[in-house]
Structures are given as C-alpha cells and as structure tokens.
Design a protein around this ligand. Structure first.
Ligand SMILES: [Fe+2]
Ligand SMILES: [Fe+2]
Length: 270
C-alpha cells in the first residue's frame, strides 16, 4: 500500500517573525514535521510529502532558507509546487538540487507511485493572488495523461477549482479550472484533484471529479460565507493530510491528521 502526505500553505516568514503579525508559521511547520516523523512507523509506507504551494509568505530567498532549515528533519522525501505567495525563481533556486525541480519554466513534475501517478502543476501568476495554468502547464498535463492513459492520476495544484463560498477566496481561485477539467474528463482512469490555498479541509465533486482541498499546519481562513465577510485568518488547529492507496477499492482514502501530541492511544479492551 502506497501513501503520501500533503502539507500545504506553510507560509514561512523570516526567522523570529509572525505571518500577518499573528501566525507563528515556523513553530507550526516544525510541529508538523515532528507529527509526520512520529507517525511514519505506524502508517503504510509513505512515498513522499507533497507541499502544495504558499511555501513562504513573500517568496524571498531568506524565507526559503528558513523553510529548508525547518524541513531538514523530515524523514521522508518531499516534492513541491508553488502558490501565489511564492516566487518561482527563488523557489527553484531553493530546491535546485531536487530531481523534481525543472531547470526553467513552470515548476511542474510527474511522479509515478506505481498504482497511480501524480502530476504537480504550477498555477502561480507572479504578483497575482489568483491562479492560472499556462499553456505549457496545460500541455504538460495533456502529455502526462496521454502517456499513461489507463493509470489513475492525482493532479496537485495550489489554487483549487472548488466553490468554497468564501467570496474573496473564490475570486482568487484557479481561473482556468474548466480548461483543466476538459483534459481530466477525457482520462480513462480515475482522477483525483488535490489543492491548497483555502487553508481549510474542503471537498466537492466537480463534473464527477473529486476535488479535495487540504488544511494548513498554521492558520486557517475563517469560514465566513456572508456577502460582506472580511477575509480573515483564524488560529484553528493545524493539520496535514494522509492519502493511502487501497488496492481493494483501487482508490485513495484520505485522513486529516491533527498536528501535535494527544493522550493515547490505548487499546479499547485490555
Ligand atoms: Fe495560503
Ligand atoms: Fe494561496
């Protein structure tokens, strides 16, 4: 059984600072890494951690260096795609030694897990809060799908194509989501889309394709669906998401793992 863990929206700032003056993202990430490491021995083999964007808050080299330092203790390989808070070239430089990092163009990759493949896509529009897949990104996705037409595929994007009801977030989602869906709909095998950006655990069937958004290890976006809502952060408990491929059903089963230590486990019956 193959597993992977999604970590998203780590929003690392310079050492000693808080994101938005309130969110201690460095401590949250350090605790997330501890939580992942402590769970590895009791999970089915974890192939990698996938970081789905907004790795840093401002995309500076200093923030990426801080991020790499915080991720260093992670006992499993990682791969990443950028979000709107990242800058492509600083991220590329920070991960230049990783075999998944392309030398130029969108930071996108294909990874074969065996029973399924993952296509990581770059939706960053430099300087904009919303996301778009560029022609090269759509072409890369089409190529990956065509190469393995019968293999289930997980598509990872930072920006989701999911109606959250949080107005400011929905204004800044994946603006050409329908172009991605046009390609995914044609795939012969099951497709599952995973994203970040909303800082909440949300899922929806869009055109029959499961879209799933993962929560962050640090702050959440306040779930306020009123028309006059002020987009706000809230310090809800941080989480990472474990995805486990089940041979019996031929699909991924996800589990939200709260970050931190909790009393137990105790056998139900001694
Ligand atoms: Fe974010
Ligand atoms: Fe974002």
């Amino acid at each position: 059984m193959t597993s992977f863990i999604q970590l998203t929206d780590t929003h690392i700032v310079s050492e000693g600072s808080l994101a938005y003056g309130r969110s201690d993202t460095a401590t949250a990430l350090a605790r997330a890494v501890d939580t992942i490491n402590s769970r590895l021995p009791v999970l089915d083999p974890v192939d990698c951690v996938v970081v789905t964007g907004d790795l840093t808050d401002h995309g500076s080299a200093e923030e990426y260096a801080h991020l790499r330092q915080l991720l260093a203790p992670l006992n499993v390989p990682l791969r990443a795609i950028p979000g709107n808070h990242d800058t492509r070239e600083a991220m590329r430089a920070a991960f230049a030694t990783e075999d998944w990092t392309p030398a130029s163009g969108p930071i996108q990759w294909h990874h074969d897990f065996g029973p399924f493949a993952m296509v990581g896509l770059d939706t960053l529009v430099e300087g904009a809060p919303y996301g778009m897949l560029c022609e090269a990104g759509l072409g890369f996705l089409a190529h990956c799908l065509k190469t393995t037409p019968d293999q289930p595929v997980v598509v990872a994007t930072h920006h989701p194509w999911i109606p959250s009801g949080m107005k400011d977030m929905d204004r800044n989602n994946l603006r050409n989501g329908p172009a991605m869906l046009d390609l995914l709909r044609e795939h012969n095998a099951p497709v599952h889309v995973i994203s970040g950006h909303l800082h909440r655990a949300m899922s929806a069937l869009v055109d029959g394709i499961l879209h799933q958004v993962a929560p962050a290890p640090c702050h959440a976006v306040h779930l306020d669906q009123r028309a006059d809502a002020v987009n706000s952060l809230v310090l809800e408990p941080g989480q990472v998401t474990v995805y486990n491929w089940r041979e019996d059903t031929g699909g991924l089963v996800s589990d939200l793992l709260p970050i931190g230590d909790y009393p137990g486990p105790w056998p139900f019956y001694d």
